[in-house]
Design a protein around this ligand. Structure first.
Ligand code: NI
Length: 133
């Protein structure tokens, strides 16, 4: 069962131990010093048994509340590199952000009695990451 959420955030993909030239060669426009932003889609999939009383694997409004509390409230309209506690000191690539979103969600979702299956983070129309833990 999947819940799709959306947020906007700014970032800069930059390796501070490299020269400007190395950063430009590897990260291109994403290394822009004055930031840039993305409209991210975050798809959170949970798995489990169907509850015979509800017909649900999970109540999607509870899943939505967890995603809002653990991720959207922290990242939406924020700077991933400056404002987000769970991204501090990390390169804000889509890969790293997807892994950190998993870490935020796994405990609260498993506490509902279902299991986190995947986090899919779509950064652009062409680029997305799927993480399975
Ligand atoms: Ni970017």
């Amino acid at each position: 069962v999947t819940r799709k959420m959306h947020f906007n955030a700014a970032h800069r993909v930059y390796q501070p131990s490299w020269s400007e030239e190395q950063n430009q060669a590897c990260f291109g426009k994403c290394a822009n010093a004055n930031w840039h932003g993305h409209n991210y889609d975050l798809l959170v999939t949970v798995k489990g048994e169907i509850n015979p009383e509800t017909g649900f694997v999970a109540n999607l409004s509870e899943i939505s509340d967890i995603i809002k509390r653990e991720i959207l409230d922290k990242v939406d309209h924020k700077n991933l590199d400056m404002d987000v506690d769970f991204m501090t000191g990390k390169i804000s690539s889509t890969e790293t952000l997807a892994v950190e979103c998993w870490k935020q969600l796994e405990g609260p979702i498993n506490a509902l009695g279902c299991f986190l299956h995947s986090v899919k983070l779509q950064e652009t129309e062409k680029n997305f990451v799927e993480y399975f833990g």
